[in-house]
Every structure is written in structure tokens, then in C-alpha cells.
Design a protein around this ligand. Structure first.
Ligand code: ATP
Ligand code: MG
Length: 588
């Protein structure tokens, strides 16, 4: 390709509204252009990288034994009604009503395809002989994200590789799940991403039933818990907490209870400010509906309650924060003043381990605008059960090895999930087993955000000059820069190198713009071509070209004779191993 024939609108300035490196650099390098909030066009260079990521994903899916198909991006709303996901997705679901022959047909632009694929399988699979099967597609998804931001990391329309597997037994599901997990590791390694698989909330099938593939990055919107000592990693919703010492309280230090007026102090922050106390001295009392029945859960003021943990410990199906009316009935006070002592109704209450170590605590008084101080667990209240009810925080003990865990920000690029029978139940996907009985198909689902591979790479691999691509994702692997485009000898050599490299399957861009060297080098670094070849006056005289890797400081001179073979060899090696790229990244 020749620069002057393509469309590469590079920019010097940081574009308005772009805050994080991947967004800024993808716009500045001319990879994408914004259409509206949450929607981007891929310009020629961006599309090439996207296609390369797609090709890697497809290759590894095929290798793992998944079969490609393509489903319609839209489907009748009724499919989503059958699985209850019109409600579950809420405003995120992109809907429309199509006028058709005098009728109105409600449709959905699919945010994911469990419904459509399960419907297909329910129609065409009926016997155990047809199972297991794993099907996938690479296609646009629609989600009306509440706050689309950060460029293509979170958009209203994005490309997902979504795979679904169908099984007669859990063992068979586990086998495919493990293959997918391996394929994902392979995909993200080949893409040069520093990924970390983390345990995620697993839904109906307990145990190790879900993993998210995360890229550690300070601009990530997800928080994960990580133990560097043993490698345990989980998202904060799932993370277990190891045994953390709880201070045993000395009754000699207990003070007498007092009721204080706290006008206008409804939140933890306001109470802390009003009473000049740290949040660790507060105990939050949360009223939940556990399968519809009100219960109270106590956590320390600086901790967040974890609904999944509550649901599991209480052994209920559904847990949700109570509505204001219920809270007022239960506590006898307006929202914001619940506490463990003196509630209007007697309900079960549960406390997190750490609550039991708060000395002379501050709690809501179950009266409007009032709090109690010097409350001591054990003396003043005894919970029905003490357990782990909160999200992990930095410094908590690792559940596996007991060492200290860290909290890190991360970007989710992929997700593998053992679904069980949630969709096959509601869409009636059954099979006749060898014993002639009708059984429900067991499912797994596996997603990758292809755009996030690109954005995640740029986010984690750049310097002050621009993007640093691994050869496997670079829009072009080589940029050839003739220093003077009106020098016919230089242009002849540039064209020759281009044709010979291309004929060996190497993606080559010739910067044939009539521009100063400084401009060409700046743009080459901004876009981040892995290999830069410079054809200059001096080199031409001595029969050499200059070769430089994007991430290395030093360049080397290469004899023009045999240069193409040498470059092809190096690139071939780098495509397979990614070693040079990885070494350079590890050094930063
Ligand atoms: P998130 O928590 O970031 O909203 P999710 O858990 O809802 O993502 P999944 O339903 O698991 O996403 O979708 C599979 C993959 O699709 C995700 O791992 C992610 O890489 C990608 N993805 C999801 N939502 C978006 C989006 N709005 N823009 C770009 N990629 C997305
Ligand atoms: Mg997910």
C-alpha cells in the first residue's frame, strides 16, 4: 500500500473529549473516527488491525473445534420475553417496532445471542447423537450502554465473538469449557495482551463455573482482587476472603450507649463528618428482601456488602435491597437510620466477620435523625449468623495462601461461562438420550470483545510517541520511508522492496508523501508500525537501508542485497514467538 492512496488522517493534538491513551491514540493515529457518543467508524488502518484480531480469534476457535455460523443481528422480541431478558437488560436492550403489512412487529437488536442460538438448536438438535456441538459467530452486538465512553472500550455497538456449546452431561461441558479457556489464553497471547484469567460469579452452576479474561490497566472499569504470591485472582463480586484477624474486644474498654441527634446525616459520609469519626467505626445496617422476606445485614462502614455472598449464605434464590416502604415498616424510621437495636419489627439479622471487631461503634437508632454511639457487638447485640458478607478490599488475606491481596483495575476482554440449563429450559431445547428419556441440553457460552482486544492493546502498549503494536495486530508490519520522493532511485527501491515484501505475505506501507523526514518518522511512531525501513542518500551510496524496530532505540544498517530475506525471516520469527515485542514490554 502507498500512503498517498490510503486515508490516514493522523493528528498532532489530543482530540476533544478523549481522556485515556487508547482513545486518544486510536483517534490521533487515524484508526477510528467518532460517529456519535458510543459509535465509531473504523478507518482503513483501524480496520486492518481489527481484521487481524478477528483472524486470530477465528483460527483459535476453529482449532478448538468450534463451528462458525452467522445469526441475524435482530430477532423478534418474543424470544427475549421467553427468557425474561427484556426486563433483565432494561434500557440496555436496543429495541424497535417494525411496521409490517399493517401490523407492528417488536424486535430486538441482539446484545448477545443465547436466545437465537438456543432456538436454532431446539429446532435442529433432538438426539444425543448430535451432541456435543460448539457453535460460534463473529458479529456486531448492540447495547445501549448507560455511559459509553473511553473510545471503543465501551460502545453501543461492538463486535463480539460469541460461542455457545451444547452438551448431554456436565463432564462434556467441562471438557469444552477447558478447551475454550485454553483457546482464549492462546488468542490473547498471540495478540500481545498481558491478560489474567480471574474467577467470576458463576450463577446456577457452582464451583469454578466462570472466568473473565482481564487486562490489567489503570483505566479499566473492572476491579479485581489479585494475590501475587500464589496467583489467585477473582473479580470483586466473586473474591473470597481468607481468614482475616478480627480484633477481640475487651469489655473493659466498652463505653456506655448514648443516643445523639444527627440532623441531616443520612449517609456514611455525612455521619462521619457530623460525628468526626472514621467510617471503620460505623456499622451499616442494610435491609434486604431475601426471597421477599426482610432481613438485616450488617457490614462495617468502610466495606461494601456483597449480594452474591449474602444470597449464598442465606440459601435463597433472590436477594434485593428493600424498598423505602419496607425499610420504614421494619425499622420504624425513614431510610438512612436503620440499626441493629430497637427495630420496629423483629427480623433475622446477619453480620460480616469484621463487624464483630468494631469497638464502641456508631449505628442508626431506628429513629429519624438519630444515631446510637458506643454500641458493642456481643454486649449490645448478637447476630443470628456471622459470615463473609462483603467485597474484598486491598490488604485482605488471600483465601488460598493467606498472603495479602491487592486490588487492581482491569479491562474485561473475554468471558467463559458454564450456563447450565437456564436458556435451554426456557426455550425448550431438549434431546432424546441413549436411554430414550427426554433431557434438557446443558450449555456453555464464551464471549470475546474484538474491539476491546485492539483498544486493550493500545491501552497497555504505547509510549509518548504513539502506539506499539505487536506484529500480529499491526495494520502494516513494515513501513518503508524513502527520504526524497522525487529521487527516482529511492522510489524505485521503495517500490521494489514493497513488491517483494508483499509477495512474501508481509504487509508493507510505503510512505510516499512529499514530507520531511521528521514528519514521516513522527507519524510512523504514532501509528506504531513494528519495522521501519529508511531509504536515504548515504545508504543508497553504500548499498544499504536502515532498519529499526518501533520499540528499540538502535537502528541497524542492512545490505540491500538479501534485505528482503532477512526481514522476512525476522518477521516470521516474531509472528510466531512475539518475543521481541514481549521483551520490550516487560522492560517498561
Ligand atoms: P462489561 O462488564 O464490560 O459491560 P459484560 O460482562 O457485560 O461486559 P459480556 O456480556 O460478558 O460483557 O460480553 C462478552 C465480551 O464482550 C466482554 O468480555 C467484552 O470484551 C465485550 N463487551 C461487552 N460490552 C461491550 C461494549 N459495550 N463495548 C465493547 N465491548 C464490549
Ligand atoms: Mg462479562
Amino acid at each position: 500500500m502507498y500512503w498517498t492512496k490510503s486515508l490516514i488522517p493522523t493528528m498532532k493534538e489530543t482530540p476533544d473529549g478523549a481522556e485515556i491513551p487508547s482513545h486518544i491514540l486510536m483517534l490521533r493515529a487515524g484508526l477510528i473516527a467518532q460517529v456519535m457518543a458510543g459509535a465509531y467508524s473504523y478507518l482503513p488502518l483501524g480496520l486492518r488491525s481489527l481484521h487481524k484480531a478477528t483472524a486470530i480469534v477465528r483460527e483459535e476457535m476453529n482449532r478448538a473445534g468450534a463451528i462458525e455460523l452467522l445469526m441475524s443481528a435482530m430477532c423478534p422480541m418474543s424470544l427475549y420475553e421467553q427468557t425474561g431478558r427484556v426486563e433483565a437488560f432494561g434500557d440496555v436492550l436496543v429495541k424497535a417496532v417494525l411496521p409490517r403489512g399493517g401490523k407492528k412487529v417488536p424486535i430486538v437488536f441482539c446484545p448477545t445471542h443465547e436466545e437465537v442460538i438456543t432456538d436454532i438448536v431446539s429446532r435442529f438438535v433432538s438426539s444425543y447423537r448430535q451432541l456435543p456441538v460448539a457453535l460460534y459467530q463473529i458479529q456486531t452486538k448492540f447495547r445501549n450502554e448507560e455511559r459509553p465512553r473511553f473510545g471503543v472500550l465501551r460502545t453501543s455497538e461492538f463486535i463480539m465473538k460469541d460461542a455457545y456449546s451444547f452438551h448431554t452431561t456436565l463432564e462434556s461441558l467441562n471438557e469444552t469449557y477447558n478447551k475454550m479457556y485454553e483457546a482464549y489464553s492462546q488468542i490473547f497471547s498471540r495478540c500481545g495482551l498481558p491478560f489474567l484469567p480471574v474467577e467470576a460469579e458463576s450463577g446456577p452452576i457452582g464451583g469454578d463455573a466462570s472466568h473473565e479474561f482481564m487486562i490489567l490497566s489503570k483505566n479499566g472499569e473492572d476491579k479485581i482482587v489479585h494475590c501475587e504470591a500464589c496467583g489467585y485472582a477473582a473479580n470483586t463480586e466473586k473474591a473470597e476472603i481468607g481468614e482475616t484477624a478480627v480484633a477481640s474486644l475487651d469489655p473493659a474498654t466498652f463505653k456506655g450507649i448514648a443516643e445523639l441527634d444527627t440532623p441531616g446525616a443520612h449517609t456514611i459520609e455525612q455521619v462521619c463528618k457530623f460525628l468526626k469519626a472514621k467510617p471503620e467505626r460505623l456499622i451499616k445496617t442494610l435491609i434486604y428482601l431475601a426471597d421477599g422476606k426482610p432481613v438485616a445485614v450488617l457490614v462495617r462502614g468502610d466495606h461494601d456488602a456483597n449480594e452474591n455472598k449474602i444470597r449464598k449464605v442465606l440459601g435463597v434464590d433472590k436477594i434485593e435491597l428493600a424498598d423505602p416502604e419496607t425499610i420504614e415498616n421494619v425499622t420504624g424510621a425513614p431510610v438512612g437510620f436503620a440499626g441493629p437495636i430497637g427495630m420496629a419489627l423483629t427480623i433475622s439479622f446477619y453480620a460480616d466477620h469484621q463487624v464483630m471487631g468494631v469497638l464502641n461503634a456508631i449505628v442508626g437508632a431506628n429513629k429519624a435523625e438519630k444515631h446510637l454511639v458506643n454500641i458493642n457487638p456481643g454486649r449490645d447485640f448478637v447476630p443470628d449468623k456471622v459470615a463473609d458478607f462483603r467485597n474484598a478490599v486491598a490488604g485482605d488475606a488471600c483465601p488460598r495462601c493467606g498472603k495479602t491481596m491487592q486490588i487492581r483495575e482491569a479491562i474485561e476482554v473475554g468471558h467463559v461461562f458454564k450456563l447450565g440449563t437456564k436458556y435451554s429450559e426456557s426455550l425448550n431445547a431438549k434431546f432424546l438420550d441413549a436411554d430414550e428419556t427426554l433431557k434438557t441440553i446443558i450449555m456453555g457460552c464464551y464471549g470475546i470483545g474484538v474491539n476491546r482486544i485492539i483498544a486493550g492493546l493500545v491501552e497497555t502498549s504505547h509510549d509518548e510517541s504513539g502506539i506499539i503494536w505487536p506484529v500480529n495486530l499491526a495494520p502494516y508490519e513494515v513501513v518503508v520511508c524513502p527520504m526524497k520522493v522525487d529521487d527516482e532511485r529511492m522510489m524505485t527501491l521503495a517500490r521494489k522492496l514493497h513488491d517483494e515484501l508483499e509477495s512474501r505475505g508481509i504487509d508493507c506501507m510505503v510512505d510516499d508523501r512529499d514530507q520531511r523526514a521528521g514528519v514521516k518518522f513522527k507519524d510512523a511512531d504514532l501509528i506504531g508500525f513494528p519495522l521501519r525501513i529508511v531509504i536515504g542518500e548515504k545508504g543508497l551510496a553504500s548499498g544499504e537501508i536502515e532498519l529499526k524496530w518501533r520499540w528499540e532505540k538502535q537502528s541497524e544498517m542492512l545490505s540491500i542485497d538479501g534485505a528482503v530475506e532477512r526481514i522476512a525471516e525476522m518477521l516470521d520469527q516474531e509472528r510466531k514467538s512475539g518475543e521481541r515485542f514481549r521483551k520490550s514490554r516487560a522492560a517498561t
